[in-house]
Design a protein. Structure first.
Length: 417
């Protein structure tokens, strides 16, 4: 449990149960107000959830225990769950990221130190039970999606070949969609929308409020439904009390949105209205990451298993003058499964930074849109065509030629023996 799920569920007016084996995590999130109630048994969790649903009130409930116990109970009792995912740290499944069922969190910590072989065996057995419980719930109508924590890959590695799409290996993905394939890719990344971030370096909350207002003014909520969601998000950010540490925000925006907002912030810094601001983004974005199990899982032209998008993003950002650049391995889905290119840019109010914003952010976002467009993702093609029109020759993305797949297949069969 990161706490984010409970908070997100309440913002979306849902009722959520989040399993967590480590009580200290639940206590922290309850103190922060990100989780409202805590239950000690699956029965109690479900009862509390049903009560909130009957009252039609948004609610975040932590279940102190193992997710497998909760799901097996729900499956046996035929409790309907609309939406289900997993956010245990499966990217690090054998080193403590995932707790075996049947032992407490404290026993898991001891076993991890004393007997790695037994620990591994228990993790694998738990993953198999976890898979079977989800399978039963999906058969009853639950929508399950992989959250990008390498859960399905871990289940596959634990010996469940049934979870692989081709029944053989992990090269064609898994039977349930990763949320990038089904949701984030087609609805957001393909247009260039991704998690733009900023930190108010003054540490002043007043500065954060001023940046919220500036970001809101830069969004036209009538343009697309994604813009309406983003507008509502930033409008309500203060009310939803999202800051637990640094005075920072995250806001989904496309390339132009990120540029407009960054320019506005830089202007506020120039006018002395706020202190300097550092902008950046999550690695889980349109362009910065190559990860076939997550960020690039909806790039279907075969290039999703290469690492060039992140490297080009990183190198272009370096050349264009970002303050900080990073190229690293493993973010999110784990070491060996992803390459990430990241950046940070300090807005100091200078005109030079205005120029960097225009050229580097465009590169940072549109490189990924271009790549998705070459894979013939519908919305990326639309976005690239619109980009070319707007740039009118100053920047240009090549557009793929569309062919009839069947005609290509027939030609290959005819001439290639
Ligand atoms: N898609 C995204 O945007 C995104 C964002 C953040 C994190 N992630 C991924 O999600 C995973 C979790 O991230 P995090 O920051 O929340 O990690 P975390 O380690 O802080 O939290 C995971 C929690 O799961 C608990 N846990 C482990 N096994 C359990 C079990 N069997 N039953 C109940 N609880 C169990 C742990 O005690 C821990 O508190 C990581 O793999 C991360 O890469 C994805």
């Amino acid at each position: 449990m990161s706490g984010a799920q409970g908070k997100a569920a309440e913002i979306a007016h849902a009722v959520a149960i989040v399993a967590e084996v480590d009580k200290s995590r639940i206590d922290t999130r309850m103190e922060q107000g990100w989780i409202k109630k805590c239950a000690e048994t699956p029965e109690e969790s479900i009862r509390l959830a049903k009560e909130s649903m009957e009252r039609k009130e948004a609610m975040s409930i932590a279940y102190h225990g193992n997710i497998v116990d909760l799901l097996e109970y729900a499956s046996a009792e035929r409790i309907h769950i609309d939406l289900l995912s997993d956010q245990t740290s499966c990217h690090n499944v054998y080193n403590g990221g995932y707790c075996p069922v049947g032992i407490t969190f404290e026993e898991r910590t001891r076993l991890l130190q004393e007997d790695q072989t037994k620990f591994r065996k228990l993790v694998d057995e738990t993953l198999v039970r976890h898979f079977n419980a989800i399978k039963g719930l999906v058969a009853e109508g639950t929508y399950f999606f992989d959250y990008g924590n390498a859960f399905m890959k871990s289940v596959f590695d634990a010996g469940v070949t049934e979870i692989s799409k081709n029944g053989r290996d992990d090269k064609d993905g898994f039977i349930w969609p990763s949320y990038v394939e089904d949701i984030m890719g087609p609805m957001l990344f393909d247009y260039g929308y991704g998690p733009f971030r900023w930190v108010c370096l003054s540490g002043k909350h007043e500065d954060l409020k001023a940046t919220d207002r500036a970001a809101m003014e830069a969004i036209d909520p009538e343009r697309r439904y994604q813009d309406r969601d983003n507008y509502n998000w930033i409008r309500d950010a203060e009310k939803n009390q999202l800051v637990v540490g640094t005075e920072a925000r995250i806001l989904y925006q496309d390339a132009q949105g990120r540029i407009d907002i960054a320019l506005k912030f830089n202007q506020l810094v120039r006018e002395g209205k706020i202190g300097p601001v550092m902008i950046g983004r999550d690695h889980h974005d349109v362009s910065g990451t190559d990860s076939p199990f997550r960020e690039t899982s909806n790039i279907k032209d075969g290039s999703n298993v290469t690492a060039d998008m992140a490297v080009q993003c990183y190198a272009g950002n370096a050349a264009r003058g970002m303050s900080l650049i990073a190229l690293h391995n493993g973010g999110g889905t784990g070491i060996g499964k992803a390459i990430n290119g990241g950046f940070g840019l300090v807005l100091d109010g200078s005109e030079l930074v205005d120029d960097i914003i225009r050229s580097a952010i465009s590169w940072d976002v549109m490189g990924g849109v271009a790549r998705r467009n070459w894979a013939r993702n519908e919305h990326s093609m639309e976005t690239s065509i619109a980009f070319n029109k707007e740039k009118n020759g100053s920047d240009h993305i090549t557009i793929p030629y569309l062919t009839d797949d069947e005609a290509v297949k027939r030609a290959v069969e005819k001439y290639v023996k």
